[in-house]
Design a protein around this ligand. Structure first.
Ligand SMILES: Nc1ncnc2c1ncn2[C@@H]1O[C@H](COP(=O)(O)OP(=O)(O)O)[C@@H](O)[C@H]1O
Ligand SMILES: [Mg+2]
Length: 289
């Protein structure tokens, strides 16, 4: 990942300025001390599918605006944990708090409205729509008029639409998708589709971003680009990011903290240095390569 720093220095004049403004307006905390606080608290989660225990008494905090990586072998429960947080699965036990609000029983829709935004291990986009339209689709909870009034001519509706398009363009520019903005998403290469999916999650104005293997199936160059976007988002928007990732090089490079799951059990939590040296982690995961 040697090129990340260089690539980051070479780029653009403004990063996500409009989006940053939208998020800042709604931000709850302002001072630095509060940035150490848990934004998301996962407490004692049990999740079973029949006899299979996918998550066993899992607790973890996501703090301030850290990048928290979740690692573990296939089937460890990583995706299930994101599904519980985002309301797609219901845990049998335990609670989830977001900015001190209990969201355990909220619908996935309501959770997304709170600003808990995610991408999926298997890309979930409107494959028949263009890149721009997929990203604008992510704006819909934030659009102040319905599209019908937008179709008839109202000056304020036009202004609103122009504003929404400007935010989408801001995101397209940031993710370096200008050259494909009018392309139908289904026709794009895999790495670009992953990038569009990230763009749509950004359009939702995330207050926390949950990324499920955003770099899976990418080549080294694409991975470096994705890593750079993640670091930039974290820095520009000052939001925490939860990242499920198998590439340990990437994880060690960009994570502030790492949480390790094995067969649904939390086995370790700590800085990249601590995790590298943790015996349980080495035998459960790192050692097996
Ligand atoms: N909807 C589901 N129905 C039944 N079993 C599931 C379901 N989702 C996940 N599982 C099971 O839960 C375990 C954890 O899966 P998952 O969270 O996808 O792991 P990971 O993302 O760490 O690879 C696996 O054994 C998987 O087969
Ligand atoms: Mg998974």
């Amino acid at each position: 990942m040697r090129d990340i720093t260089k690539k980051r220095e070479q780029r653009y004049s403004y990063g996500l300025a409009l989006l940053r403004e939208c998020i800042e307006k709604k931000r709850l905390w302002t001072n630095n001390e509060d940035e150490k606080k848990a934004v998301l608290r996962v407490e004692n989660i049990d999740l079973s599918f029949g006899d299979l225990r996918a998550l066993n008494n899992v607790s973890v905090d996501v703090r301030g605006h850290e990048i928290l990586a979740i690692i573990g072998p296939n089937g460890a429960g990583k995706t299930s944990l994101l599904n519980v947080i985002s309301g797609f699965y219901r845990a049998q036990r335990g609670d989830i708090y977001f900015n001190e609000e209990k969201i355990t029983r909220f619908s996935s829709h309501k959770i997304a409205e709170r600003g808990i935004c995610r991408t999926f291990q298997n890309i979930a986009l409107y494959s028949g729509l263009t890149v721009t339209d997929n990203i604008i689709a992510g704006r819909h909870p934030h659009i102040n008029y319905n599209f019908l009034t937008g179709m008839i001519y109202f000056p304020w509706a036009n202004r609103e639409e122009a504003y929404q398009r400007a935010i989408a363009e801001d995101i397209i520019d940031f993710l370096e998708l200008e050259h494909v903005r009018g392309s139908v998403v289904g026709m794009l290469a895999y790495g670009l589709r992953k990038r569009v999916e990230l763009g749509r999650a950004l359009a939702l104005e995330p207050r926390i971003l949950l990324l499920d293997e955003p770099m899976a199936g990418m080549n080294v160059d694409e991975k470096e680009d994705m890593a750079r976007f993640i670091i930039d988002i974290n820095e520009f928007l000052k939001i925490p990011i939860v990242l499920i990732e198998h590439d340990m090089g990437v994880v060690m490079d960009i994570a502030d903290r790492i949480f390790v799951l094995d067969f649904g059990n939390p086995i370790a939590e700590g800085s990249p240095e601590e995790i590298k040296q943790n015996q349980k982690v080495i035998s459960a995961y790192l050692g097996t390569g």
